[in-house]
Design a protein around this ligand. Sequence first.
Ligand SMILES: [Zn+2]
Length: 91
Amino acid sequence: MENIERSPNSFAISNKDLQQAFKSITLQKEAFTGIYHSHPTAAPFPSKEDITHHIYPEVVYFIVSLRRRTPLVRCFQIKEYKVYPLKIITV
Ligand SMILES: [Zn+2]
């Protein structure tokens, strides 16, 4: 989805894009299980804004850091303003 703030330091998604994504999930009988976004210049940990604005505690939260040549992905669960790191297991 497009960052409507057009900033490398913050992001926001339009209500239209969000509604379209949820509609698509429903129509394709998929499940909303996670969210991801990138940090172009920061480490892959939730920022204060990420924590404050996170409103889906039931889904996992991926952050991709692009600050090094090799992207680094971390995963978290954020509930009631607390951050719980999760392990990413690949099979
Ligand atoms: Zn972030």
